[in-house]
Each structure stands twice: as C-alpha cells, then as structure tokens.
Design a binder for this molecule. Sequence first.
Ligand code: ADP
Ligand code: MG
Length: 652
Amino acid sequence: MGKINILDKHVAELIAAGEVVERPSSVIKELVENSIDAGATAVTVEIKNGGVTFMRVADNGCGILREDIRPAFVRHATSKVRVEDDLDAIATLGFRGEALASVSSVSHLELITKAREEEVGTRYLIEGGEEISLNDAGCPDGTTFIIRDLFYNVPARMKFLKTDMAEGNAVSNVIDKIALSHPEIAITYIRDSKQALHTSGDGKLLSAIYAVYGREFANALIPVDYTLGGVRVSGYLSRPEKARPNRNMQNFFINNRFVISKTAMAAISEACKGSVMVGKFPSCVLNIELSYNAVDVNVHPTKLEVRFVNERPVFDAVYHAVKTALQNGEKRIEVTANKPQTRINPFELAQKVFRERDEQPVVPKAPLKKQPLKDNSDELLRLLDEPVETPKAQPQVLTVSDSAPTVADRYKEHIEAKRAEASAPAKPTDPAPAEPVNAEVSAPILPSEPQQPAEPAPLIETDDNSYRYIGEAFKTYIMIEKNPRELLLIDKHAAHERIIYEKLKKDKGSGYSQLLLTPITVTLNKIDYAAVMSEPEVFSQAGFDIDDFGSGTIIIRSAPQYLPLDEIESSVIEMAGYLSENKKEIRSEKMDWIYHNVSCRAAIKGGNVSTDEELIALAKQVEDEDVRHCPHGRPVCVVVKKREIERWFGRV
Ligand code: ADP
Ligand code: MG
C-alpha cells in the first residue's frame, strides 16, 4: 500500500489555519482589518484572559448580507478581489479570504451582523468549522464577531500560547498600531473589563498618538510631511533631545499598515546625524504612502518586514522628510495650550474617566451608529490643563540615608563643577575685597618673592606601602607614585565603573538606591512595558524602584546612586528593550548585563571634572581591592616601572 494519504478536510483546515491564526493577536488583527475594510468608523475590541477564552470585535461597518455569510467562511472566499489584475492588492493587502475560514475552524465563533440594506440581522454560530445555526437577530447595522476558546480543538497550538498576560500584551500592541494607523476610526479597547485604550476617531494623528503614548510623548513631537518622487512621508518625529537609546518607539506604516522597514530606519538615522546624539534614536510615527506595485509582492502579508522593489526612493523620501522636519522643528507644537505647570495627576484622572466608562454596558445594545461612542479625549485634554493640587504620586517627603549624597545633589555638583570649569581660571568662592589696581601689582616682571612651595601632594595610606597622588592627566587618568619604583595610571571611568558594578552585584542593588525628589515617568511601547512588568525584580536588584503607572507608562521613584538624572530615563528604556529581546536568557545573565549598563552610566566619565578627594578615594579603592580590569575587560590600571621611564631618558 502506498504511503501517501490525502488529509481529511478537517485536518487540512487545521493546518491551513495555523498559517493565519497563530495567537489571539493575529485573530484580532485580521478581524479589525476586516472592520476597517467594511468602512467602519467605530470599532470596539474586547478580550478576556489574553483573548484565549474570549475576543469580541464589534464594528459599525457595512455588515454582511445573509446570503454572503456562509461563503465568507469558505477558504479563499473574499468580496474584495475579483480579477487577476488585483493580484498585487492580494499580496500587499492580505485579501486572501482566509481569515474567517481559519478562525472558525479552531474556535467557537459567533457572528452577529446586519447589512444596511437588510431589514433584519443574522446570528450565525460555527464551531470547529461546523455550522451550528443561522437565525434572525435584532441588531444594529454592522458586524460583531465573538470568538471563544481559541484552539480548543488543537491542543498542540494551545500549548504554544504564552501566559494570558503575554498574549494580552501582544493584542494591546496590535491595537496600538491600528489606532496609530487609523486616526479616522474611533477605537475602543477593553481588556479584562477595563478600558485600556480609546481613540476619538477625529482623523488627527496627533490625537491618536496622545491616546496611545500619552501627553508627554505627544507634546514633544515635530510634524513631518514631505513628498519626493511619488513617495509621501507624513506623521511625527520626536524632538532630538527626546531621542531614546533604542529604536523600539519607531513606528512605520506603509499605506497605513504597520511594517518593519530597515530602509526607513536607516534613512532616519542618516538624517539625524548631527542633530541626535550618536547611539540615540528619535521616536516616530511615520506613514509612507506609495503605489502598491512599488512594494515587494513576494513578502508574506502577515510578515511585518517589507521590502521595496526599489529601496532608493523610499530612503530618499524619508531622509529628506526627516531632515526638513528637523530644520523646521524649532517651532514647538503643543497638544494643548502651554500652561506653566500641570497640577493634576493624569493617572488619577485617567482612572476616573476609565472607571466611568467601565460602568457602561460592554455590549452595545443599540446600533453603534445611533449611539456613537462618547469621545473622552477632549475632556481629558481640558481637565489636564486645569489647575489642581500637587500630584499624589509624587512623594512629599524625601528620606535619604544621611551619609550618601542624593542623585540630585550629585547632579547639582556636577553642573556646578562644569560651570566652574567653563569660567576658568577659577574664581575664589568668597569675592576678594576690591583693591585699587596699581601698576606694581598688575605688572611685575619677576616675582619679587620666591613662590610658596605647593602643598605636598596627599599620601594615600595603605598597609605597607605609601602612595603619592600626583594629579590627573587629560581629565581622565589618575597618576599615583607608588613607592620609589612605580607610576600607576588609573582610568578613572573604568575604575569607578568596576567598583559600582561589583557593589551592585554583591548587594543586589540593596543600599544602592536613592529616592528621587521628583519621580520620573517613562512611556514604553507595549512589548517593552510588558517585559518590565513581568520582571520588576530585575529593576529592584539594580537599585531602581519602579511601579506601574498605567497604559504603557512606568514611574521611577528611586534610582541607583551616582546615576545622573538625565541618564535614568535612557537607562530604564534600554533595560526594558533588553528584557523584551532577551526573555529566554537566564536571570544571572540578565542581571549581569543590567549591572554593566547601570555601572557604565553611573561612573564618572573621562573628560569630566573630578575633585582631588574623589580621585584619591577612587585610587585607594583600586589599590585596596586590587581592581585591574573594568567589567568590559579593559584595563583599569597600568603600571609603569621607574626603570622603564629611566630607560626612555637614557639614564640606565
Ligand atoms: P478577506 O478579508 O481576505 O476578504 P476574510 O476571511 O477576512 O477574507 O473575510 C471574508 C469576507 O467576509 C470578506 O471579504 C468580507 O466580505 C466579509 N467580512 C468579514 N468581516 C467583515 C466585517 N467586519 N464587515 C463586513 N464584511 C466582513
Ligand atoms: Mg480579512
């Protein structure tokens, strides 16, 4: 007997379903895209348990005619493409007529729909690809899909699902991208009975950005709109000083579909040279519009990375769009009028708004169109500008261990040192009494008296050796004479970095944290945010006290000692990006990376001004603890033998 079997219809369906339906977020993506194609102006998405047990997508679009319902669930059935000429559109837009067939074969699916031209709606039930019932239903114009128990009949796929939290986060991420690419659609997203996002659908990209990423982010953007060679690039770019340590907040859309485009990323980086610090990346929400036949049709539609038939025009358009925007960017844009101070706690306000909203019934009872979704964002914007007392989230009392300086103190010191350096020669702290300028004083040709010998350089006492601190070369290398035989050159940054690293590692961050005078909030994309929230102890073990601040934002209340204020945010963003990319790594490896990151940022930098006391203390620690290499393996201390120096000068 031959070995080849024809798979039965059911098995074939399950295999095919796997290509389109991978996890709840892919179902949501397909369903919401269908709603958009149906001309909906309002879409509500609801999930429970990460979408695994329950997903609902309701729209006010054109609805499905009763006679079209059964065909819609047949594989390769689509109302959107008819002729072969449309094949390009199939490849680029994903009109393959597969989504409903796939989803219905691996779930319990309920469809409630009414086409405008029909009197009465329909309720259709289909389970594991088998029709259960088709009945009349009283319902508004539009379509609601309810998907329950995804993969109930495919245990192998079920096993590959991650935690409800992770699956839900993936859905949130999809919703964010759709909201950003369709500001003309009012999107409401409810996750486990809580409203997680609402966009007004006013057609303004800035409103959508505000809803997704929050006020602070939306307030620091530069508009972009530029057309070159048939490619239009429009949207927003973050101001250069708001650039972040990774590209995780760069959002690109091709013809309003979210994509990953290396070309666009490269073009932005190139355009930002000279405006943005090396190693930093501006955030952006950019839509690239071009004709469909310019996009590589070989790319699988559910894959995110796109290639262009010709990359050059896209690169050039993005490059010039960003360059021009940066030049025009001096004019600051604001979501709301520029008020001197925000005196309301946006977190509380958002909660209040959401709480009120949550009290509304979740399933719309009346037609979506007749009961338009209430837009709260204007209310939110207005309230945000109203003066109210101090935000509650900010700690009122600052408690710090008495010995250690606060980060703020260190920062102030650092700034003062910089200023002093800039106004060199150093002025005495106490202004000297003004003396009449006299010729003798101002123009001595030779010193009348021999110069007072300089104070002997301090000694560093150790057990059996004495060390003489000579000074600092190039604002980087501490010079120490060790006994009569050796000269030590210590790289102050490498030494400090190593010492901080060891301390963080030894004490697991405890005793290394300092309360911030004003907590810092950081907005992350949903994937990085989820990574942070799933491993908050990674942060506490590095000396950070972080907390959830809602909708993709975290609040930092304490940070490691010595970490300058302006490094805290980028350090956390970088750590979050690292965690989301290296989920599988074992904890000790993650911690090691994080200790590196923090110690490198917290250590005094070569080229910065340091006091002699600081340098002496550092040199002493290097000798006491026998520190020889920085955490990256570069040397901390180089020893030059006296004999070696004597040889240079031909003395021996
Ligand atoms: P495709 O989107 O590629 O056409 P789908 O399987 O996603 O394939 O959908 C099949 C058909 O079902 C669509 O072509 C459309 O006619 C109909 N349909 C699906 N969802 C909706 C909706 N929300 N509103 C109106 N029609 C829909
Ligand atoms: Mg579809």
